[in-house]
Structure formats: structure tokens, C-alpha cells
Design a protein around this ligand. Structure first.
Ligand SMILES: [Ca+2]
Ligand SMILES: [Ca+2]
Length: 157
């Protein structure tokens, strides 16, 4: 499978990643398990069902397509998604510390729903039915009672 063209995304991300990044680890379109260092890392899962561990440090973790599990670890982490990223899970998103950025998605394109077992899910993107247009993020440790606080976790660009 050919990787999707990512010129616009690369441009956007360049602005974000100007801050100090110690390690950069990029997965493949297969299933990857990627561990960051104790410092600030840039981790990118690409395609496949990935597990991405930031470890300590202020990490930037890019989900990519398919079903990914993102674990930021200590430090102020940024979790990045875009349309078509599939059904992903953030294990440890902390309000007031970490941030979730959904590139190319406006705030009014995000809605919150109760997932299985009462977990909180953010649904983003359009509703035209195409998988490339939307995605979902399950937020472990939160419920529908926490929807109001999500404005401090999500950023848009
Ligand atoms: Ca991958
Ligand atoms: Ca790290």
C-alpha cells in the first residue's frame, strides 16, 4: 500500500515541531510498537495497528491510520490525529498537561459520546460516511461527566 500524500500535513506539523525534539521514531505501514526515550520524542505510527509509548519528556505522538494505542507517559505530551485515522485510544491524556490536536478539523466537527464500558469517545470529522473523512478517539479514564473539561485538552488546527 502506498503511503498517502502528506504534503499539507507535513507543512502544518513543521510549525509544531520547531520546539526541541530529541528523538524521532517513525513506524511503517505494518503494526509497530514504538518506545520513546526519556527525553522529548517525535513518534509516528504511520499505518497499521500501532502501540506508541512516549516515555518521559514532552513527546509528540502522531497516531496515523488504523487502530492505534497512544501512551504519552510523563511530560506534557501532544497527541496528533487527522481525518481518516481510524479508531484510536489515548491511555493517559491528562487535562491541563497534555493536548490533543486534530489537524484540519474544526471544533464543531468534534462530538463526545459514551463508548463501551462508559469510556468517553471523541468523534471527529464529517458525517459523509467515508472512513477517510472522520475518526474516533477513546479517552481512557474519562466519562461523559468530563465532557466540559475536554475544551482544555483538545486544540484545533
Ligand atoms: Ca505502523
Ligand atoms: Ca519521551
Amino acid at each position: 500500500m502506498q503511503p498517502a500524500p502528506n504534503q499539507p500535513m507535513g507543512f502544518c506539523l513543521g510549525l509544531i515541531f520547531r520546539r526541541t525534539t530529541m528523538g524521532s521514531r517513525t513506524g511503517s505501514d505494518a503494526h509497530d510498537v514504538i518506545f520513546g526515550s526519556a527525553g522529548a520524542d517525535l513518534l509516528s505510527g504511520m499505518g497499521g495497528n500501532d502501540m506508541l509509548f512516549g516515555g518521559a519528556g514532552a513527546d509528540t505522538i502522531i497516531s496515523g491510520t488504523n487502530i492505534d494505542v497512544l501512551i504519552g507517559g510523563a511530560g506534557a505530551d501532544t497527541f496528533i490525529f487527522q481525518r481518516g485515522d481510524g479508531a484510536d485510544l489515548i491511555a493517559d491524556a491528562r487535562i491541563g498537561i497534555d493536548h490533543v490536536l486534530i489537524i484540519g478539523v474544526e471544533q464543531d466537527e468534534v462530538s463526545f459520546h459514551a463508548g463501551e464500558d462508559g469510556t468517553l469517545q471523541a468523534w471527529y470529522g464529517g458525517t459523509d460516511g467515508s472512513a477517510a473523512d472522520h475518526g474516533t478517539i477513546t479517552l481512557s479514564g474519562y466519562t461523559m461527566n468530563d465532557v466540559g473539561a475536554m475544551r482544555d485538552l483538545f486544540i484545533f488546527g
